[in-house]
Design a protein around this ligand. Structure first.
Ligand code: PGA
Length: 254
């Protein structure tokens, strides 16, 4: 896969952080100081920040994403937001299946599959998160776990839609912990993920984007993003600090 041309994507996952005012300050700074327009930047912000984020990023290389959506389009689902509603206001991406939603909100592979289909049918691009626990890693079943998660997530997804899914490999033990797998391991696992998608669908390897996520920061970003099978990063904590986030975006040109 070494000769694949890469279109790097850096996505920030703000999780449950930043008010609309704080979002405005961060995005204005990002627009001023982003020296790398060739790198696609996606900000996955809390629902309440979406309107301000969209209006501030019109005609820039920055896209806006949500962190979740529901799988029905409308109806009596108190507290939920549908993919259709996100699309109507100009959202381009949605994170689906983040481990925090799987763990704290009991999201199952079946629900994740329904959310993916709903998001794709609404015209959103999906950032699908998969990853193993520490125990699964110690038991040497990383590949098996990820293959099951991918197959369940993509079950009956139209082949023509698969190119609209970005897969983020996020080892659960690496999220927010300051620890990461080593770069060779990240590359190897991202290759397993790519081959799994290639086995399921007939799309070309170029059309599959795979991000790494879990404790990316300005110190480790360059070597992780340089791995041939890594097409970008999903950045949590370090995306909340604009200086740190800019260093990650800009490191790939320096
Ligand atoms: P982290 O989070 O960068 O803070 O480890 C990544 C994520 O959860 O997407």
């Amino acid at each position: 896969m070494g000769n694949r041309s890469k279109n790097l994507i850096i996505a920030g996952n703000w999780k449950m952080n930043k008010t609309p005012k704080e979002a405005e300050i961060l995005i204005n700074k990002l627009k001023l100081e982003n020296k790398n327009p060739a790198c696609k930047t996606v900000l996955c912000v809390p629902f309440i920040d979406i309107p301000v984020a969209i209006s501030l990023t019109k005609n820039t290389s920055i896209s806006i994403g949500a962190q979740n959506c529901y799988f029905e389009n409308y109806g009596a689902y108190t507290g939920e937001i549908s993919a259709e509603m996100l699309k109507v206001i100009g959202v381009e991406y949605v994170i689906i299946g983040h481990s925090e939603r799987r763990i704290y909100f009991n999201e199952t592979d079946e629900q994740i599959n329904k959310k993916i289909k709903s998001a794709l049918n609404s015209g959103l691009k999906v950032i699908l998160c998969i990853g193993e626990t520490l125990q699964e890693r110690q038991n040497n079943i990383i590949g098996e776990k990820l293959i099951i998660q991918i197959k369940n997530a993509l079950n009956q997804v139209a082949e023509s839609q698969i190119a609209n899914i970005i897969i983020a490999y996020e080892p659960i033990w690496a999220i927010g912990s300051g620890r990461t797998p080593n770069k060779a391991e990240i590359n190897h696992i991202c290759e397993i993920i790519r081959n799994t998608v290639l086995n399921i669908s007939k799309i070309s390897a170029e059309k599959i984007s795979i991000l790494y996520g879990g404790s990316i920061d300005s110190k480790n970003a360059k070597e992780i993003l340089a791995q041939p099978n890594v097409d970008g990063g999903l950045v949590g904590g370090a995306s909340l600090d604009i200086e740190e986030f800019l260093k990650i975006i800009n490191c790939v040109i320096n």
